[in-house]
Design a protein. Structure first.
Length: 559
């Protein structure tokens, strides 16, 4: 390209040398009027030869410029001086990293993830397709995960915290080890500026879907893709609307109220079920966000509801009245049916995020839910409102070292604690009672150097007791009663530490990293039978090799 530019410059110079002598100087004023003499044939011939030569140079110049224009159009950008490609690391849709330290206040909330490098005008990166003003970027990474547990939980690479095997069971006397590529993640991000608004479309899927085949470990690891995220976000000035499947607004943020994965806190761990006590889910919904200033964001979301009685993700289920067992799976989700429960209205979540400086992210959130069932015995409805709230913060104490605290308490919000607590119990008369449930995650993240991060978290889920008598006046029902199953947990706790070591990272080639995690999980039931263990615990070790796709996020141009 530079040789072509040099050639054009030479042609320009030659043209100037030929044209300037004839155009630059004004003719000298004659001292006195005189009669012009006729030009000789030889003078006319010389002038014609000079004009012919100049026309040839002009034609060559036009041809060279046309060739240059075609070459630049083919490259995908207007004729402008090319900028050098950034050598900074790009991480597309990976586990969120700690935000970089800076002494200046944070800018207005952007759509761009802080992990990927923003593309400047004229820059080019592999794996990004430019169609006019629309940018399409593949996102994701390829994982090979090794997991070892000292209990045979049989839960794959994700820990079912609520069903860690007891030591006196067969599963509690065996260990397990497996390799898995299932956490590998692929998707795409689309950015466009449309009529003064910035639009982002985001899709992401992994391979942790449920498979119907039985030969996954015999002849073929045919792991099933599943949708994680699929949403579109539109922002114009201070207003923003998002619709589709995204992380719940109740999920703690790292930055504003952004729905981009790297702007959320779901820890750095390799466990695909994250950390005990974290409030999260990924579900369909619509949200509206208002940005009154660069440091404040306020939002409200309407998300997919689900009346949950327990039984999912290893969590214990409630015991229903004997006359109302048909409510399980039909009116209350017991993890056996898919989206079959009736619901009064969407779950309503409101959230305010404050970022007075780049060192502090603080947020307060609340959720309102309504549960309703029909008692076929008494022919009566029972309706109960549930709700909860969270207070979360992410503070940089000194450069590269952050403290994290996330805290949630609710009446009927157990589903948002990875389903480790039920939402409601049903009394003998058919009335509903929301269960008290809460969780927290406290921890730190330390960016030791650009290629090494250390992190550690402690989390817990607390499930309240809610007990009643059945219609016979003697049998106990509900959750946490004397004689209840050992799966009805009172507390579930986890402590975990780990590291992320990056071997190399480059904007053009992606990055290669190694992630290690140690996890200790324990659970305590409400009722312990005679001679039974008082608790169950599990030691887990993760090792993961990850290649992250190269790519870059285009600069957001908010109008």
């Amino acid at each position: 390209m530079f040789r072509r530019v040099s050639k054009i410059f030479t042609i320009f110079s030659v043209a100037a040398a030929l044209l300037i002598p004839g155009w630059a100087a004004d003719p000298a004023s004659p001292a006195a009027p005189s009669t012009p003499s006729a030009a000789s044939p030889s003078d006319i011939a010389k002038l014609k030869a000079q004009l012919d030569e100049q026309q040839k140079v002009i034609d060559q110049l036009r041809f060279a410029l046309e060739e240059q224009r075609k070459m630049l159009e083919k490259a995908g950008f207007a004729a402008a001086k090319a900028q050098p490609v950034s050598e900074k690391p790009l991480i597309a849709s990976t586990t969120p990293m700690a935000a970089p330290s800076t002494d200046t206040p944070p800018p207005a909330p952007k759509f761009d993830s802080p992990s990927p490098q923003a593309l400047q005008e004229g820059q080019q990166y592999p794996l990004q397709l430019k169609l006019g003003t629309v940018s399409i970027m593949p996102v994701g990474f390829m994982d090979l995960t090794a997991v070892w547990r000292d209990k045979d939980a049989g839960s794959g690479i994700g820990t079912s915290f609520g069903s860690v095997p007891y030591g006196n069971t067969t599963a509690g006397k065996l260990s397990e080890f497996r390799f898995s590529p299932q956490n590998s993640r692929l998707g795409f991000r689309i950015d466009a500026d449309v009529k003064g608004a910035h639009v982002i479309g985001y899709n992401e899927f992994d391979f942790l879907g449920t498979s119907g085949t039985n030969n996954l470990g015999v002849t073929n690891g045919a792991f099933v893709p599943r949708i994680r995220l699929y949403w579109v976000d539109v922002r114009k000035d201070k207003y923003e609307v998002l619709a589709g499947q995204s992380w719940s607004l109740l999920t703690p943020n790292r930055k504003g109220l952004s729905a981009l994965p790297s702007d959320l806190f779901y820890s750095q761990v390799m466990d695909v079920n994250y950390v005990v006590g974290l409030t999260w889910t990924r579900q369909p919904g619509v949200r509206f966000i208002y940005h009154p200033t660069n440091k404040v964001a306020m939002g409200i979301s309407f998300e997919n509801p689900n009346q949950y009685m327990g039984g999912s993700s290893g969590g214990g289920a409630v015991i229903l009245p004997s006359a109302l067992t048909a409510l399980a799976g039909s009116q209350l989700d017991n993890a056996t049916n898919v989206l079959a429960t009736p619901n009064v209205h969407p779950d309503i979540i409101a959230k305010i995020a404050l970022e007075p400086t780049s060192h502090l992210h603080f947020e307060v959130a609340g959720i309102e839910r309504t549960f309703k069932v029909w008692d076929p015995v008494t022919n009566m409805y029972s309706t109960k409102a549930g709700g909860g709230g969270s207070v979360n913060a992410n503070l940089e104490v000194f450069k590269g070292f952050r403290l994290i605290t996330n805290n949630f308490w609710s009446d009927g919000g157990g589903r948002y604690l990875f389903g480790q607590a039920p939402d409601v119990v049903v009394r003998a008369n058919g009335t509903l009672s929301p269960i008290h449930a809460g969780g927290f995650v406290e921890g730190f993240e330390a960016q030791v150097n650009p290629n090494l991060m250390l992190w550690g978290y402690y989390g817990a889920v607390l499930v309240g007791r809610d007990v009643a008598l059945d219609a016979n006046g003697t049998s106990l029902i509900g959750y946490g009663f004397t004689g209840s199953a050992s799966g009805q947990n009172r507390t579930i706790q986890e402590g975990t530490i780990g590291f992320t070591k990056t071997f190399w990272k480059d904007a053009k080639y992606g990055s290669l990293s190694f992630i290690g995690q140690y996890e200790y999980a324990t659970r305590d039931p409400w009722y312990v039978a005679t001679n039974a263990p008082k608790s169950a615990h599990d030691n887990t070790i993760y090792m993961d090799l990850r290649y992250t796709l190269p790519g870059g996020v285009p600069t957001s141009r908010e109008k």
